[in-house]
Structure formats: structure tokens, C-alpha cells
Design a binder for this molecule. Sequence first.
Ligand SMILES: *Cc1c(COP(=O)(O)O)cnc(C)c1O
Length: 404
Amino acid sequence: MAVSHSDYRKEQITSMRPAKRIENLPPYMFTRIDQLLEKKQQEGADIINLGIGDPDRPTPEHIVEALCQAAHDPANQRYPSYYGLKRLRDTISLWFEKRFGVALHPDREILPTIGSKEGLAHVSWALINEGDWALLPNPAYTVYKTSVILAGGRPYDLPLLEENDFLVDFDSVDARTARRARLLYFNYPNNPTSAVADGAFFERAIQFAKDYDLVLCHDCAYSEITFDGYKAPSLLQFRAGKDVGIEFHSLSKTFNMTGWRIGFAVGNSELIDSLATLKTNIDSGVFNAIQHAAIEALEGPKEPTEQTCLIYQNRRDLVIETMEQIGLKAQKPQGTMFVWARVPPGFTSESFSQKLVREANVFVTPGSAFGSFGEGFIRISLTISDERLKEAMERIRLCLSAGK
Ligand SMILES: *Cc1c(COP(=O)(O)O)cnc(C)c1O
């Protein structure tokens, strides 16, 4: 039978549908705020965006210079090795030993990644079988959940509650669920809550993983962005951490290198090996010149990162001071580039964020963007110039005192 033109078109359109795994991803929720922002911007409003999770400061010049030099060398213009440059892995090993006191085998326990997001997403694909459960903090960086769904796994929420200082409460997970789980993601210093975890917490996490035979995937992206002398631990520095865990590090926040796409996974050699096998079948590694720049970053002076931390620390103090003045409850964070604050009574995360856009021309991220247990909070980014941040705090203060 002849196919009519319109039938043919319809067929084509059907085949343009995404795969189920894409359709199964959680829907985007903040269309209304986006529309409001767009309208405001069209009207010429000067919106201050405190929703950006991207450092405002440039990459230190000596790192940029290392990239430029390496880019000229034809050897660096070819496909990189799947496992990263040996020199980079050696440098990471030295850096890790100095920083955390943990010895890592450069060939078996370290794998460079194309930013840590890539590793965090692919570790699900490397470890999860269809239908396996994965335990995920809520609220959280959304990559954990989406990658579990894409890999055919089932996400199970671990609420991060204020009364637990936003730490995963292992005792609240029932044994049946824990036994069914293949892996557990967690992240301290934490985005979005900016909570940090102490040694006892890490030891509890390792015990939990051993009790239920599951893998710990620790996202350590903010290990170097800390304040007031606080030093964040690595999962691997605790006994048996390396037996049960893989940890993801990133140069993005430490050296203001988000656009460069470089991070690394460290930990259990079998887990590293599984991730590497998956990656060799998908990507071709990190541009060699960027790996040389990463070597420069990790071997280079500590001052640029210390400077970055001081800048965020001062901005944190400014934001916390404002939160206190207007009566919004917020913990003073010891790390990350965020302040996590409670919305005033009578508001949801979204309605408060909308109010600030509408009445103060300031955008803050609704906590619910990071999961249902983020409801009732907003996340304020510290990645904007001191001057603009001051202006934003002034606007928020005025906006909230106007209603009183
Ligand atoms: C920024 C961030 C990362 C790092 O991402 P890259 O891919 O390394 O740039 C990882 N986890 C969290 C929670 C982050 O906020």
C-alpha cells in the first residue's frame, strides 16, 4: 500500500522521539522562573544572578601559559592515551599523598576524567545493572540521579536534613533497601547545602558500605574550597576507604578551570578499571595540552587557591551577615561556593525565588531544584564580584524590609 505524504511525515516524527531512558529523566521544573527572568531581561532589568555554580575569577596565568606552550607541541595534538599521561598520574599521586597522606598507585588507582561530572556519570554506567538500586542524597548535584536513571538503575533518596547537619543518616536506611543497593553517592563539602563531614561520618559510611556490600562514590569537587582553616578529608584516608570506594576530584573549582574539563577518579583499582574500560569505549581522554596544564596546576604554588578561598570566605561573611539581618536561617559554611538558607515562613523555595526576581531583580536558586528535600531552602552562589554581591544583598534586604 502506498504511504501518503502525511503518513510518511508522521512516521518520521515518531522516529524523532528520544529513547525511553531520555524520556524517563525528571522533567525540568522551573519554566515559570525562567519565563519571569526572560521577561525581566527583555524589559532591560539589571538582574543579579546568584544562581551560578561557576567561579567568577580567571584561571591562574601560569596554568594558562602551560596550556599554550603544550598546545604548540605536535605530540600533544594527537589522540591522548586513554588512561591519561603517565606524568599527570604521577603528579596526581604526589599531590594526593601530600594533601591527604594517602599513597595511590599511579597506574591502577588513578584515572583522569573529562571533568569530574563525566566520571560521576559514567561510574553508574560502569557499575549498575538494569534494575539495581542506587542510594542518592536529596538534595544533590543532579548528575547522580540522572546518570543512575540513564544507566537503567533505580534511584533511592537519602534525605539530607537540617537536623542531621545535612549529613546522610545511614541509620535511617532500612536493611532491605541497603542490601538491594549497588552503590551510594555522596558529596562533602556538599553542593547545595554547603555542609562538611567529619572523620566519624566517613568511617560510618565505610562501615555501611562493608555491611551491605555496596560501592561508595564520593564527589570531592570542593575539597580545596574551604574556609577558616578547615581542611576537608578524602574518603581514601580512612581505613578500608579504598576497599569500598571511588572518589572524584576536579580542577574546576580549585583552579577556576570549569571550562577546561579536567578532573580525576581515585580509589579501588577494580572500580577504576571498570570505569576506564567503559570510558575507552566512549571517549578518547583529555586533550594532552590540558593534562600538561593540570600538571602545572597541581605542582604549582598554593597561593592562587588560597586567594580564591579568601575571596569566597569574605563573600560568605557578607551573605551570612545579611541573612542574619533579615532573619533567614543559614549555617555559616566551612566550604564550597554556596550559602544554603531557609526561606521565610509562608514561602516555598520557588515562590521566594520568584519574589526576589520580581521585586529585587536578584536570582537565587530554589532549593527544590536539587531535589524534593531541598524544598524550603534557597542556594546563594558566591561566584559574583564583591561589588555585585553587596548590591544584591542590599536589594534583598530592602525587598524584605519593605513588606514588614
Ligand atoms: C562543580 C561540581 C562538580 C565538578 O564538575 P566538573 O565536571 O569537574 O567541572 C562536581 N560535583 C559537584 C557537586 C559540583 O558542584
